[in-house]
Design a protein around this ligand. Structure first.
Ligand SMILES: [Zn+2]
Length: 408
């Protein structure tokens, strides 16, 4: 079977298993479909002859493919879940040969691919392209990566070329806060560095993500009947308003782009006795991120002095870290991506991502994990699409990284 057919076969199988994650479930994995998919992958790995494959009770699959000694050990991480953005959890993919025609995704519902909004589709004239039926995402995020990694594992097991040790990890619940990669046991998954294949169009490379944290502030006031409130009542709602007002309105998600960080007040709840506030802190620059944490603490401190009868508590949690904190372009993991792209004639598009990847969680744990393309466009949308040639290039990238590491 040629590689395009092999990728397609796996992709159709994996998207056929519903595996939306569910942020409200409180379990890990957050949905049973992820366990089902993890079991399928685990058995496939065993079937290929990977003796070192493991599946744990949280639907984390790890595997080690032995190789030549004294070569860089590289790892690949892909996530099992598809995102829940209010679309159908069931994915019905279709492959359309695109020659510039109108693209009907769903006859029954009359859903067309919106070509005016997404003219980038015209870069793929003459290619076969996977779409959903317009009621769901396609799930190339991240089932294209699962397919690429499994096809690569198959090629490695067939022992077609010399290679070093290769590690694989399939993790659940990336879309609801990088849960699986945070839980991934680095005693089971032990490469020198790793990759996620979780970015969009052909050529995309990400080794810079946000540093990210959550600040939770609780303000307790003093209640009183309004008739005897003078000098007694301390209103936490007004204190919360005062607190939020101390931050720059230009430093918010809606006013920033590129490499600009922000503080995003994204939750508030309360009553006359207490108010809870939550803010997301984001910055590519580590010192900028630390500064945002310091600002939050400083403003709480200021309000403590201003409202001595109120009680304040504050908790700041680091959520993930910029991969770039520990790896610049000269890091072997990052340099290898550019090297492989050059060899394959793929133009790199480097992106400072305004978000996080599984690699951000792993890099925070000390495992440098850059990210490159699946080849798909429009992740998290009903118009998500995957051109076959780009999908094959994602596989070729993966194989090139393994081949090059095997020669070092
Ligand atoms: Zn993803």
């Amino acid at each position: 079977m040629d590689i395009a057919s092999a990728l397609e076969k796996r992709f159709l199988k994996y998207v056929g298993i519903e595996s939306q994650s569910d942020g409200a479930s409180g379990t890990m994995p957050s949905s049973p479909g992820q366990t089902e998919l993890a079991e399928v992958l685990f058995h496939e790995l065993r079937g290929l002859g990977v003796a070192d494959a493991e599946l744990d009770g949280n639907a984390i699959v790890t595997a080690r493919i032995p190789g030549l000694p004294n070569r860089p050990k590289i790892g690949f991480v892909a996530h099992l879940d598809t995102v829940d953005v209010g679309l159908n959890p069931k994915i019905v993919p279709r492959k359309i040969h695109y020659e510039g025609q109108d693209i009907l995704l769903n006859e029954e519902r009359g859903i067309y691919f919106d070509k005016k909004a997404h003219p980038e589709i015209n870069r793929y004239l003459g290619d076969d392209i996977f779409f959903s039926d317009g009621t769901s995402v396609l799930g190339a995020d991240n089932k294209a990566a699962l397919s690429v990694v499994m096809c690569a594992a198959e090629a490695l097991l067939a022992n077609e070329f010399p290679h070093g040790e290769v590690y694989l990890a399939f993790v659940p619940d990336e879309e609801i806060g990088l849960v699986g990669s945070k839980r991934l046991d680095l005693n089971r998954f032990r490469p020198d560095y790793a990759y996620t294949i979780d970015s969009c169009e052909r050529g995309e490379v990400v080794f810079e993500t946000f540093n990210a944290g959550t600040a939770s502030i609780r303000i307790e006031g003093v209640t009183a009947h309004p008739m005897s409130a003078k000098g007694v009542l301390v209103n936490p709602i007004l204190i919360a308003q005062d607190f939020i007002g101390r931050f720059d309105r230009e430093e918010t998600p809606e006013r920033t782009e590129g490499r600009e960080g922000y503080i995003w007040f994204n939750r508030i709840s309360g009553d006359q006795s207490a108010v809870s506030l939550q803010a997301a802190l984001r910055d590519h620059d580590l010192s900028g991120y630390e500064e945002k944490k310091r600002r939050i603490r400083e403003e709480v401190h200021t309000l403590r002095r201003k409202y001595p009868k109120a009680k304040f508590s504050i908790e700041i949690e680091d959520v993930y870290a910029n991969i770039g904190n520990s790896a610049d372009r000269s890091h072997p993991a990052v340099a290898a991506v550019y090297e492989a792209m050059e060899q394959l004639g793929i133009e790199p598009k480097t992106i400072a991502m305004r978000g996080g990847t599984d690699g951000s969680a792993l890099s925070a744990k000390g495992l440098v994990t850059p990210n490159y393309f699946t080849g798909a466009h429009l992740f998290h949308s009903r118009f998500e699409f995957l051109p076959m040639k780009s999908f094959v290039d994602s596989y070729r990238m993966t194989m090139k990284l393994i081949e090059n590491a095997g020669r070092r």
